[in-house]
Design a protein around this ligand. Structure first.
Ligand code: BGP
Length: 481
C-alpha cells in the first residue's frame, strides 16, 4: 500500500432525501410513501416498515399526512447553487444517487422519462465542469412502488431485469463520467429495514425471513450483473459494495458475550459484503438458514455470476458502535439497530453513540477481512442546529465530531489501511432516512425547512462549512494536493 496515498474528501446526498422534485414525470417510490410522524416510541417502526394500507393511504391526497421525501430539501430546484457550494468547499468527490422512479416512473418502462434524463444530465455536467469526482449510488433505498406492488419488491426475481434496464441506461448515458460505482446503498439494511432496503411490505406477522434473504440474494445477483456489464462496456470506474458497519464490542469479558458478538457480527455486518466481495455464501449462512428454516432459490448461474463479478473496493457507513451482551442491559438507538449502552461513550440527541476510535478499529477489521481498498461512504453527526437571526449556525459540536473522526481516519491510513476516500454524510441538510425528520441535521449547509416542510428552503453555510473547507485545503497542501 502506497503510504503516500492521500484520502479524498467528499460529501454525500441520496436522491429521495435531497431532491424533492415530486413532479408528474417522476413515479411514486417507496420513500415518497413514508409520512412524517412526531417522534414517539413507535414512530420509527411506523415510518420505516410500511404496510399495504400505508401505501394506499400515501396514494390518497386526503390523508392529511406530510410526506417529507416528496420535498427532500429541494435539491431539484437548488441544483446549481448547491453544486457551487460543493465546489467552494473544495471537495474531491460528491456521492449522490439516481432516483430510479425519476428515470423509470414504474420501473418497467422500456425508455426513461426525458425530464428525468434532463435533470441528471445537468447534475453530471455541472460536476464534470467543476472537476468534482463522482461516486454514484445506483439505488439508495428508493424503488418504484409499482415494483413493490407487482413483484413484492426485490423478493421478485423480475426486479433484477428491471434494475438492469435502469443500470444499462445509466451506464450508456453517464458511465464514462463516474469514478466510483455503488450498486446498492448499505445493502445489509435490507435485513433490518426490509421496506427501505428491499421493498418488502410488512405483513400481519411482520416479515418472512425467507422473503428477506431471497430479496437480498436478488440484489446480490443484480450487483454482480452490473459489474459484469460495466466490465464488458469497459467503463472506467470501479465498483464497490457497502454495508452499515456496527463496530460491535462485548459488554463484558464473559465468553458468552463475545460468542454472541461473533454470531451477530457475521449476519448483521459481514454477511452481505462476504458475498459481494468474496463471491460466495459463507459457511455460517448455511447454518443460519438451517436454524431459521430458510430455503433460498439460488441457481448455478447465480453462483457463477457472484464468483466472477466481485467488487473492486469495499465501503462502510460508520455512525456509531454497538455493544453486545447475553444479559438484558440498558439500550440506546443506533443506525438501523438498537444497541446496549457503552459506558465509555457519549451519544447524540438521537442516542447514536459517538466513537471515532471505533472507526479506526473498524477500518482495520474491514481491510483485514477483504484486503481491498476501503472507503468511508457515510459518516456524520445528526444534530439539532439553530439558525441565528443573522443567518449563522454555530455548530462547534459538529466541528468537534468531524475533527475527531478525521484524525482517526488519518491514523488508520498511517497504520497501513488503504483508506481511499472519506465522504461526509449529508453534506447539505437532508431528510433523515430513519425518522423522516428535518430536525436531525447532518449538513455543513443548513436548509431552512422544518419537519412539516415549512420554510424558505434557503441555504446557509454553518460554521462547519468553513471548517471543512479549511481542513480540506490544508490537508491537500500537506499531502501534495
Ligand atoms: C444511513 C443511510 C443514509 C442516512 C444515514 C443517517 O442508513 O444510508 O441515507 O440517512 O443512515 O441515518 P438517519 O438519516 O436516519 O439519521
Amino acid at each position: 500500500m502506497d503510504k503516500k496515498q492521500r484520502i479524498l474528501w467528499g460529501g454525500a446526498t441520496a436522491s429521495s432525501q435531497y431532491e424533492g422534485g415530486f413532479t408528474d414525470s417522476k413515479g411514486l417510490d417507496t420513500q415518497d410513501c413514508r409520512a412524517y410522524l412526531p417522534r414517539t416510541s413507535n414512530a420509527t417502526e411506523e415510518t420505516r416498515l410500511l404496510t399495504k394500507e400505508k401505501i394506499e393511504e400515501a396514494k390518497r391526497l386526503d390523508s392529511g399526512k406530510y410526506y417529507p421525501f416528496r420535498n427532500g430539501t429541494k435539491g431539484f430546484e437548488h441544483l446549481e447553487e448547491d453544486i457551487e457550494y460543493l465546489d467552494e468547499l473544495g471537495l474531491d468527490l460528491y456521492r449522490f444517487s439516481i432516483s430510479w422512479a425519476r428515470l423509470f416512473p414504474n420501473g418497467v418502462e422500456e425508455v426513461p422519462s426525458p425530464e428525468g434524463v434532463a435533470y441528471y444530465d445537468r447534475v453530471f455536467n455541472l460536476l464534470t465542469e467543476k472537476k468534482i469526482k463522482i461516486f454514484l449510488t445506483l439505488n439508495h433505498y428508493a424503488m418504484p412502488i409499482y415494483l413493490v406492488e407487482q413483484y413484492g419488491g426485490w423478493k421478485g426475481r423480475e426486479c433484477i431485469e428491471h434494475f438492469m434496464r435502469f443500470a444499462t441506461f445509466v451506464f450508456e448515458r453517464w458511465g464514462n463520467l463516474v469514478e466510483y460505482w455503488l450498486p446498492f446503498n448499505e445493502i445489509n439494511a435490507g435485513y433490518f429495514s426490509p421496506f427501505n432496503g428491499v421493498g418488502l411490505l410488512k405483513g400481519e406477522n411482520g416479515f418472512d425471513l425467507s422473503d428477506v434473504f431471497q430479496a437480498l440474494h436478488h440484489q446480490f445477483v443484480a450487483s454482480a450483473k452490473t459489474i459484469k456489464l460495466a466490465r464488458e462496456m469497459k467503463l472506467p470506474g470501479r465498483f464497490g459494495s457497502m454495508i452499515a458497519c456496527f463496530c460491535y464490542y462485548p459488554l463484558t469479558s464473559r465468553p458468552e458475550d463475545n460468542l454472541k458478538l461473533v454470531f451477530e457480527e457475521q449476519m448483521n455486518q459481514w454477511y452481505c459484503m462476504d458475498i459481494l466481495s468474496k463471491g460466495e455464501y459463507p459457511y455460517y449462512a448455511e447454518t443460519f438458514f438451517e436454524n431459521k428454516n430458510i430455503v433460498l432459490n439460488i441457481t448455478d448461474e447465480d453462483k457463477k455470476l457472484l464468483k466472477e463479478n466481485t467488487c473492486d473496493f469495499v465501503s462502510i457507513s460508520f455512525y456509531t458502535s454497538s455493544v453486545i451482551t447475553v444479559e438484558e442491559a440498558d439500550k440506546t438507538a443506533g443506525n438501523l439497530v438498537v444497541s446496549t449502552k457503552n459506558p465509555y461513550l457519549k451519544a447524540s440527541e438521537w442516542g447514536w453513540q459517538i466513537d471515532p476510535v471505533g472507526l479506526r478499529t473498524s477500518l482495520h477489521k474491514v481491510y483485514e477481512r477483504y484486503g481491498k481498498p476501503v472507503i468511508v461512504s457515510e459518516n456524520g453527526l445528526g444534530a439539532r442546529d439553530v439558525l441565528t437571526e443573522n443567518g449563522e449556525v454555530h455548530d462547534e459540536y459538529r466541528i468537534d465530531y468531524m475533527k475527531s473522526y478525521y484524525e482517526q481516519a488519518q491514523l488508520a491510513l498511517e497504520d497501513g489501511v488503504p483508506l481511499e476516500a472519506y465522504i461526509a454524510w449529508g453534506i447539505i441538510d437532508i431528510v433523515s432516512a430513519g425518522s423522516c425528520e428535518m430536525d436531525k441535521r447532518y449538513g455543513v449547509i443548513y436548509v431552512d425547512a422544518d419537519n412539516l416542510g415549512n420554510g424558505s428552503y434557503k441555504r446557509y453555510k454553518k460554521d462547519s462549512f468553513y471548517w471543512y473547507k479549511d481542513f480540506i485545503q490544508k490537508y491537500k497542501e500537506q499531502n501534495n494536493g
